[in-house]
Design a protein around this ligand. Sequence first.
Ligand code: PLP
Ligand code: SF4
Length: 359
Amino acid sequence: MTTSPIDANAIRTLRTPEDLAGAGLISTSELISFAMIAERYATAIPPAVFKLIQNVINPDVITRQFVPSTNELQTTPEELNDPIGDHNHSPVKGVVHRYLDRALLMPTLVCPVYCRFCFRREMVGPEGGALTSKQLDEAFNYIRKTPEIWEVILTGGDPLILSNRRLMKILTALDDIEHVKIIRIHTRVPIVTPLSIKADLISALKGISKPVYVSIHCNHAAELTPDVARACALFVDAGIPLLSQTVLLKDINDSVETLETLMRTLVTLRVKPYYLHQLDFAPGTSHFRVPLDKGQNLVKNLRSRLSGLALPTYMLDIPGGAGKVPLTPNHSHNNSKGFISIEGPDGHLYPYRPPANPS
Ligand SMILES: *Cc1c(COP(=O)(O)O)cnc(C)c1O
Ligand code: SF4
């Protein structure tokens, strides 16, 4: 594909099946199926992502994440509209409180892109779910009267899509709640619209007295362009630590080489890989799913290749709402005569005598 500097598709966000067909991302013969998908799930391809698709050597790893596919019309029996049971743990609108010490706050359900595998795909969208000031006040009241909440995680939707003024109103309110010690922001903005990260946002974040951590969602090293590197540096140079979350996705990042390159690149950008997520059972996502044993094998191979600094924890969110658990590969095997066998990084088994329980 060639890029022309006056290409209209490169200067606005593509949202409708017609936009996608016009940009050559889907074929016009399939417009009817795509109209059915568009009725159910939002699409957004911002200019930076379109540009990336045009310039990257392997555009599939980007298009599959953001361009709708007719596979989405197939729902398998285990797929659920609320795959990780958020609804049952929502005490007030916009808050999910499942773990004692931390709560999610979702001020908006708008995102800069709509990932085709999103676990909240039934909820997110451009019309979506901005909390009114009254609902925000109710959310703050809930957090204020729940002293166990040590950390508030802003998510959505994407909190960094809010205007600085609205974002600061929220952050300042949280900053004023004594028992909230940590604020975390989950976002894809620095990856998919990196030029929107500007000095005014960074200085606003620096004005918050509590530590603010930012976790970016990134699935392939091809997403980490020079503009993204610049956006990451703005945060880290300002003392705002960056973490990353990656979803394990079939034919996008389910090889040890792809994951290794992604994790190494993140660390060079001063981003600490945090979680590698097993894909949740959201509707119409089976074409992205990687079997658990394959995931565990990948993680085992990564462990033997990568610095601990570059290793994310492989996590499963138990369907229905029980919570997240690590799927760490098992390195200890059968017990005999007081010994267990531990599999070393070289794949060999080594006998280990576990320390006796003190009596
Ligand atoms: C994932 C999640 C969190 C954050 O979990 P960490 O393991 O601390 O990253 C918090 N609350 C809910 C409801 C979650 O789903
Ligand atoms: S940016 Fe996050 S919340 Fe938005 S669609 Fe992607 S995965 Fe879902």
